[in-house]
Design a protein around this ligand. Structure first.
Ligand code: AKG
Length: 276
């Protein structure tokens, strides 16, 4: 959906927009807010991200021409908790927190600060997957309440050509818990016969999705990487006891009250981890 000019100027969604977004996630598995972040901010994020992607790929000997990760050329990389990545507009965007708080509770936490990049030259899509496993293995045959939302910010315009995420909305987040476990029927086999959407979105859009909704990364046929920032918000009751994002004390102290609350379980007082 496109956010109205009035809401963009106010930096706040109207209650009816929040309600619509919440219900879209509940019914369909996701909501997309198109083109929210300013282009200059996204371009800067992209440039700074490429500065860490390239050495990280070199370190892991990922050569796009030879191909890696089973020919998908997909890379997952944690972000260092520093500017421009930890800007409040990324970690605690009011459009996101208003929606996330309604679904997960306003005491939810942010416990994943990551990126997924479809690097150019990929030949194969990823397997169709959910971003979570079952909570009770094979034992639970009913759908359980949502505990995690994934929030993606594309750092380039995503089109048919540059490796859009493909999603299977409309119900794949509403299966019984054991459908997300290792012994569930192959999602890739089923997905071939089901309807999917390639998520085409302008840079700076915000995709909020139930982490159980089936999806996959697709090959990037352009000549530049297609990164998505990927954050995970988790309900407080289901949050890991020990966080993993390392945040220097002085960085934490400068965050807004909302961002501090979101990150309260993380490793505060630890140095920033560089991804290479
Ligand atoms: O950003 C994307 O294309 C999705 C990637 C993905 O689902 C994954 O790496 O697990």
């Amino acid at each position: 959906m496109r956010i109205s000019a009035e809401e963009m100027a106010a930096g706040k969604l109207l209650p009816e927009t929040v309600e619509l977004a919440v219900n879209l996630i509940k019914a369909n598995g996701y909501v997309l807010f198109e083109e929210v972040l300013p282009r200059a901010q996204v371009d800067n994020l992209y440039d700074r991200f490429v500065e860490i992607l390239e050495p990280a790929m070199e370190k892991h000997q990922f050569n796009p021409e030879i191909g890696f990760h089973n020919g998908t050329n997909h890379v997952g990389l944690d972000l260092p908790f520093r500017l421009p990545f930890n800007d409040e507009a990324i970690i605690a965007h009011p459009f996101v927190t208003d929606v996330v708080d309604q679904i997960l509770g306003d005491d939810c936490i942010l416990n994943y600060f990551h990126t997924n990049t479809s690097v150019q030259g990929g030949k194969k899509p990823q397997d169709v997957h959910a971003d979570t496993g079952s909570r009770y293995g094979d034992r639970c045959t009913v759908n359980l309440p949502i505990i995690k939302l994934v929030v993606n910010f594309p750092l380039v315009d995503v089109n048919e050509n540059n490796g859009p995420m493909e999603i299977w909305p409309g119900g794949t987040h509403l299966h019984p818990d054991n459908w997300y476990g290792p012994n569930a029927f192959s999602k890739s086999k089923l997905a071939e016969h089901m309807q999917s959407i390639k998520v085409l979105m302008p840079a700076g859009s915000i995709l909020i999705r139930d982490d159980r909704m089936w999806h996959r990364g697709t090959p990037n046929r352009s000549n530049q990487p297609r990164p998505n920032v990927a954050l995970i918000y988790t309900s407080a009751a289901n949050a890991p006891h020990i966080g993993s994002i390392q945040i220097p004390q002085e960085t934490y102290d400068q965050l807004s009250d909302k961002a501090k609350r979101l990150l309260r379980n993380e490793k505060i007082g630890f140095p920033v981890v560089e991804p290479y």
